[in-house]
Unconditional design. Sequence first.
Length: 174
Amino acid sequence: MCNDIPRVGVFIDYRNLYYGAKLGLRTTKIDFRKVKNKALNGRVLRHAFFYDIINSDDQLGTDIQKKLHNALMEIGFTVRSKSLKVYRHHLRSVPVRKGDWDLGIAMEILELAPYLDVVVIVSGDGDFVPLVKHLQKYYGINVECMSVKESLSAELAAEVNQCIIIDEYYKMHR
């Protein structure tokens, strides 16, 4: 710990939030400054990462994402992005789209774990459960998750030290 104040790493899995909010809240506009402040809760920010997938076939969407990424960098996030993969599968008539950061997020968290006291995973993805257990068992790290209610895995909620529903940080259409 840094002067008895826990060192925090915040890791945002944007695709999980995006689709959970789109489905459950019918909006995708969120105040990431409020999310970051809630994640910190007066603690020391050591690292803040935002992971996104870019669909290069959608120029308007890509331009909007670039603006979002710039705004996030202004409030202290490091943005990681990679391209959506589109490929043909021999058993399907339509192209298959694949894009997620689960393994990349897990690897980055494990690399930074020795320097953190708290890991905040901003995602409801149950694929993070083995990572959560590992961080708690081998590093003694408190793991918290922040998620949209719609996309929160019950297994993840059961394993983390604290779970915060962030539906209220979304800007609802009036």
